[in-house]
Design a protein around this ligand. Sequence first.
Ligand SMILES: O=C(O)CCC(=O)C(=O)O
Ligand SMILES: [Fe+2]
Ligand SMILES: [Zn+2]
Length: 675
Amino acid sequence: MAAPRRPAEESVVGRIAVDIRHQSNLKLSKTEKKYLRKQNKARNTLLRHEGIEPVAHATQSLVIANGGLGNGVSRKQLLPVLQGCGSVDSLLMPPNKPYSFVTYATTEEARKAYAVLHGKEIVADLGQKIILYLNFVEKARWKALGPHGLPPGLLVVEEIISSEDERLLLESVNWAEDADNKNCQKSLKHRRVKHFGYEFHYENNNVDKDKPLPGGLPDICERILEKWLKEGYIKHKPDQLTVNQYEPGHGIPAHIDTHSAFEDEIVSLSLGSEIVMDFKHPDGVLVQVMLPRRSLLVMTGESRYLWTHGITPRKFDTVHASEHYRSGIITSDIGNLTLSKRGVRTSFTFRKVRRTPCNCNYSLVCDSQRKEKPPSFPESDKEASRLEQEYVHRVYEEIAGHFSSTRHTPWPCIVEFLKALPSGSVVADIGCGNGKYLGINKELYMIGCDRSENLVAICRERQFQAFVGDALAVPVRSGSCDACISIAVIHHLATAERRVAAIQELVRLLRPGGTALIYVWAMEQEYNNQKSKYLRGNRISRGAQEELTSATSAEGLLVEQMRGEACQDSASSVPSVNHVQEGGISSELPIHTNRTSFQSQDVLVPWHLKRNTGKDKASVSFGSTEPQNPGPICHRYYHVFCGGELEAACQTLGNVSILKSYYDQGNWCVILQKS
Ligand SMILES: O=C(O)CCC(=O)C(=O)O
Ligand SMILES: [Fe+2]
Ligand SMILES: [Zn+2]
């Protein structure tokens, strides 16, 4: 292999180190080295999140890594510490970020702050010890995501009820479990709930419209709802009430209340304590809304149908420091944010059960308007691309958190490949998923690329270098990699041409002499008279299966590669699409039954989504979802490879030779080299 290059970042890090050494004219002590390392890490975080590059010379402004609202440091705590070093012009604390920006009146004062506070330990609001790392910046600035108003159709009415009514309402809920549990009280993972009028079923995110609960809504609600109707805050009278109680640290996953279950107009009364609720548009825009105690949140139209709402489980919220901001958006006015300790909040969410299908204007997220037509085998490149979009990309985006939670253990042969590469090699992992191979060999410069934003976000949280990109058009210069890996990716492409194109794209990234390791799922799950672990999982009981899949022995490690599928037993819940229809062969893609032999090379493989495992997008789930309940079933498209097929695909490229091809626990694998 040719001498490996150094990525650009290495030289910048090197330069800063040199600058500092130059300034002090001293050899760095162990502690200084540690600070420098942390400082560089902080610098990278800042670059990644905000695109702001710290500078190596002193200025009036500093960025304070770890001194942010996002890691529990409040303005009240940080400001005096900073003022101890000089006159502070401004302290900008972006919401939920682990850093803040301070600007001093003079560069001299900023220099002093750097000398005193860099590496200094402070105790944050929760009592945890935090070490501050400082970097100079040209200017303290923070680019908010753009000015956002409240989501359309959303309203927060302050002081909608008196303290006396608040007390009466809270008293009307008896949390001491009643014997017959007529209000379906449940303790969920992050809150407890009670239902009135109709039970809300978290298993299917709907209500049983023919089974009203005895007793209806609590009596005290009658007078209050009448008043709201008269005053025009609500237009129709609700017949369903869900009472949620959140202790500090509790929350509710982001969700859209199922369209087919409830009418437009959902209102939620906040009692006992304020809280910040997150609203998210499918495009990713996040609006955080303060719901003061005794306020009413009214969600109608777009805010009810299209935006998700949720409460992040945490003990503190980021709020406006000054009293006169009470309700509404937590804006990007970051000169004025602080932390507020959460109290126990009880919400009364009133809804009206829907009797006819929803005909809203948001068909993309409307369960009443969803057409579940099984996809067909693609006849053109365009169809293939659409199939991949719907049955690969969208699915990975949705299952990212759960998927990632099933992918911990690297497969031994892949580890061996990575460990054997010369130190300093530049290696791209195309389709890197949650990044489980990115940290295997610390001597390599590894970059990850994945189509799923949520998976890339997980990689970044793990401090790996990863970016969003398509395996057919990787945004990396030709010939820039010493090696590439493509693990369980190419089988998601829906035509032979696209699979070859993906291999070609890997080869394009390689320098001459560079090598690529490719794994694809095999049609043959039985090889040399031995069933793969994927199949063998079928014969063991569920409990044993669970145990086996989490084993850490070499055998266990191999099992994990199919772990997603291992937990996915679809036989009972997904009807198999009949492949052969009257009048000929159907082009409909068959749904594979997990843990069985493949009957077709092009299949949909079910994934039983467990919610609340991190980065899942709940917006496509059409309703409140609870982690302990079975989530929806998603289907991923696969083309499973027959023996010889992967080699043949590689051989269609002129500029590669196959160094090795092998079968590894249900996968066909090749190592190829660019000539
Ligand atoms: O606690 C709240 O205000 C919201 C509850 C909610 O969204 C729900 O139960 O669907
Ligand atoms: Fe809700
Ligand atoms: Zn709808």
